[in-house]
Design a protein around this ligand. Structure first.
Ligand SMILES: Cc1cc2nc3c(=O)[nH]c(=O)nc-3n(C[C@H](O)[C@H](O)[C@H](O)COP(=O)(O)O)c2cc1C
Length: 256
């Protein structure tokens, strides 16, 4: 476990260095989410104590409702919610762990965020599993993913067991690979027509932030509403501050 953690750290450092040029000027959405939450907090500090106590109570109630809804697999906002996520770590063999994947709580970085979303808004949580496993070792995966991107590949994925276009709200998570979405996400968006659906992207990265992928999704799904997503550095998963950033992003979304 210690070795795995060290390997992840070394890989994260390697990728941070190799991507420093593209990522140095960008701030993660997680960080900017925190900033805007601080602004909101500062404004609400002006409100009366009674109002604060009331809203704290409401928040408490909402949290309970959310947890209950998540437990029942229902959404907490009266809409059908689906949370889909792709990571190289997603394989048909549940025990596989990719050394190219930053981990937290035994899951890939993308899955870690997907789990927080699910715990808080409920709905169905489904991994996008490639029909052919990706290489698990970093260098091999990097070469493989680069070739796939350069060839315009459309790798297949396993049956999701649901029709994602039949949901009201679809969270879609993925890592940035070679400055873009992994090509399997192109297959995914080619496969479904999300007209009338609200798509909420989230992604992990090592410096590229969302890499322009939220705009790419808007182009691929021009009849869907694509909200601004959340970009989180892989090295930040597992931290309390990152969890808070995810929660404050969720609270800021107009899901009703
Ligand atoms: C093949 C490959 C290519 C990557 N390319 C980028 C990139 O262009 N920009 C970036 O910021 N991070 C890049 N990364 C880093 C991943 O986005 C980051 O490690 C992410 O947290 C991985 O998500 P996962 O934990 O679900 O695998 C790349 C990682 C891999 C394996």
């Amino acid at each position: 476990m210690q070795i795995k953690k060290m390997t992840s750290l070394v890989l994260a450092a390697m990728i941070s260095l190799s991507l420093a040029a593209c990522g140095s000027s960008q701030t993660t959405a997680a960080t900017s989410g925190q900033t805007s939450q601080q602004e909101v907090n500062a404004q609400s500090a002006d409100s009366s104590g009674a109002k604060n106590a009331e809203s704290a109570q409401d928040e408490g109630k909402a949290e309970v409702q959310q947890t209950e809804a998540a437990a029942k697999n229902e959404s907490s906002v009266g809409k059908n919610i689906l949370i889909l996520y792709f990571s190289a770590d997603n394989t048909r063999d549940v025990d596989v762990i990719s050394s190219a994947t930053p981990m937290a709580d035994g899951t890939s970085s993308v899955e870690w965020i997907a789990n927080i979303i699910h715990e808080n808004v409920g709905g169905d949580l489904i991994p996008i599993i490639p029909s052919e496993d990706y290489p698990l070792e970093y260098d091999a995966l990097a070469d493989y993913a680069k070739k796939e991107r350069d060839d315009g590949g459309r790798p297949a994925f396993e049956d999701l067991g649901v029709d994602p276009a039949s949901y009201d709200l679809v969270f879609v998570g993925y890592p940035i690979w070679w400055y873009e979405m992994p090509m399997i996400m192109d297959t995914f968006f080619d496969t479904y027509d999300f007209s009338g659906v609200t798509i909420i992207p989230f992604n992990t990265h090592a410096g590229s932030s969302d890499g322009g992928t939220y705009s790419d999704i808007r182009e691929l799904e021009s009849n869907a509403t694509v909200l601004d997503g959340l970009a989180v550095r892989g090295e930040d998963v597992g931290k309390d501050s990152t969890k808070e950033a995810v929660l404050s992003w969720l609270q800021g979304l107009d899901l009703e």
